[in-house]
Ligand binder design. Structure first.
Ligand code: TYD
Length: 225
């Protein structure tokens, strides 16, 4: 059986993560792969229940540590109930946001200390590190413009999108710093271009990673033949 792959998408608001996840899933399925798409916070029954608490702002008065623990609780459920079983079954899992979002939103701009955040990450990820992380990068003012256009007139911005541009700039730098620190896992893709170009680049990178995954099996088959 093929080994599974775990691929995460990260980046700020309006960068096009969900569109690119959907397009990549379609392209990989057309290539004949068994693909599962999911997202955070959420993606499993337990985590979806926590998602509502987090995104409504109901957890905000409880403080950033409590919020970080809730994101972690949701992630732990998602990893154990959905992601790990799918990867173990040989599927390609595409996840819209994962541990880097916690590092950036709770750790860097939430001001939580790195020892606490690293401990939380270790127990929640529990060895299920992404094989590949696509960092979609956009100038934050353009990202915010896209996020508000997508929402359309008459709908409220969620609490994260209302935050100031300066905060979004710090998050962008933080995502780029993670990518620079972990080049084996992360690839940065310029997401200010049109959707087709971004999708083509994403697919190109993922096909390389899939080929690298399949290569040992192909070699073993050739050796047996
Ligand atoms: P969502 O509506 O899914 O937005 P987006 O399209 O931007 O992914 O909301 C997710 C929000 O939750 C997003 O603003 C980032 C935040 N978040 C964290 O703060 N920490 C985390 O660990 C995760 C996964 C998300």
């Amino acid at each position: 059986m093929k080994r599974g792959l775990f691929i995460t998408f990260e980046g700020g608001e309006g960068v096009g993560k969900s569109t690119q996840v959907r397009r990549l899933a379609e392209a990989l399925r057309a290539d004949g792969h068994d693909v599962l798409t999911t997202r955070e916070p959420g993606g499993s029954a337990g985590a979806e229940a926590v998602r509502h608490v987090l995104l409504s702002g109901a957890a905000e008065p409880l403080g950033p540590r409590m919020e970080a623990v809730l994101f972690a609780a949701a992630r732990s459920d998602h990893v154990e109930q959905v992601i790990r079983p799918a990867v173990d079954a040989g599927r390609i899992v595409l996840c819209d946001r994962f541990m880097d979002s916690s590092r950036v939103y709770q750790g860097v701009t939430g001001g939580l200390d790195s020892v606490f955040m690293a401990a939380l990450e270790r127990v929640t990820v529990n060895g299920m590190r992404p094989h590949l992380t696509i960092m979609l990068d956009i100038e934050p003012s353009e990202g915010l413009r896209r996020a508000s256009a997508r929402r359309g007139a008459g709908e409220d911005a969620d609490r994260y999108e209302k935050e100031e541009l300066a905060l979004h700039r710090r998050r962008r730098e933080a995502f780029l710093a993670i990518a620079a620190a972990e080049p084996d896992r992360c690839v940065v893709i310029e997401a200010g271009r049109n959707e087709d170009e971004v999708a083509r680049d994403v697919l190109g990178i993922v096909r390389q990673v899939v080929a690298a995954r399949d290569e040992p099996a192909a070699l073993a088959e050739a050796a047996q033949a």
